[in-house]
Design a protein around this ligand. Sequence first.
Ligand SMILES: Cc1ncc(COP(=O)(O)O)c(C=O)c1O
Length: 403
Amino acid sequence: MSKDAALRERAARVIPGGLWGHLRVQGLPPGYPQFFQRAEGCRLWDADGRELIDFMCSWGPVVLGHQDADVEAAAELQRRAGDTMNGPAPVLVELAEHFTGLVAHADWAIFAKNGTDATTTCVTTARAATGRRKLLVAQGAYHGAAPWCTPYPAGVTAEDRAHLLHYRYNDIASLEQAAALAGSDLAAVMVSPFRHDYGVELELPTPEFAQALRAVCDRQGAALILDEVRTGARLDLAGSWECFGVRPDLAAWSKAIANGHALAAVTGSEPWREAAASIFVTGSFWCGAVAMAAALATLRKLQAVDGIAHMRAMGQRLRDGLARQAQAHGFRIRQSGPPQMPLLLFDDDPGVELGSAFCALALQRGVYLHTKHNMFLSVAHRPHDIDRALLATDDAFAVLARR
Ligand SMILES: Cc1ncc(COP(=O)(O)O)c(C=O)c1O
């Protein structure tokens, strides 16, 4: 029995369902490991010691590469000085100054641990500021695992979601309809920088849609909340909608901002500061200084090495290679999303059987892809890693074509 199988058997006895949440491997093709022993750069080693080129990057947090030496040195220095203390370390102020200097809309920041902390804090701030209740979100969008936003109904009451209304991403008419329904009770509209719902093609926003969101919020005195949890530090360090000239009032960040250390952030503009100061949000570990030192090092390095441009170039290299290979082997595929956060789907594959078989074959050849979720590039992916991965995917396409 493999070490992974043995661990799964033990886990099934002491952990409900074997594992909670999105890292549960059941949704992936057979052969995907559940447990990993170590990670470095853009490589992972599973519990059985198999080396894999990683295109999930911990589902986003790892942006510079696993165990980045500069980030780990900064974290270690802070760890030796103190982490969770009776109050924050000076690095909190330094990080808040740096982050608000980087993010165009931000005049202030609050730090937490998980993306759900950040999205929830944005909503609470908006409600405190406006004294209103209704929140608009896009149908099918993921904003976290709290009762107000979890996609799973188990254990959630109707009351938990009583003030949630939905619009369709990139559909201005549906946005206007939902905003009209909320009327004078509209506290906030939440939106992701691009549509990255599970299992469907990724969709970039039209500039008109982004601008319409801003206009609706301005007209109705509601907060525009940009959920940057997945996109943050991968599209634009100043904010993902800078390219449209659309700035949110509040933004939620997490995942990549500390290169795998547990940190989330809420940023806000001046008019929302007082409300942010009035709410009570906290957590035993929210002022942990190690993650903050890691974040400062991560953000500085991303800037210094122009990490976003590099990830985009590596993602494009992968995308171009996959497109060439698919064509050569007679497959029609669709690649969507920004190159540094790509998704590959096969045409005429509604049950994702082809996609699953392809990913399973790639995995056997040392490449960890995802069938339905957007993937992630990191700064640690170098041209030779992409080319090595493409050798594996070429072989995977070839085997699939012979079946
Ligand atoms: C867009 C978005 N918002 C919020 C969250 C929730 O973040 P966390 O799982 O850290 O609570 C996620 C997590 O995947 C996300 O992708």
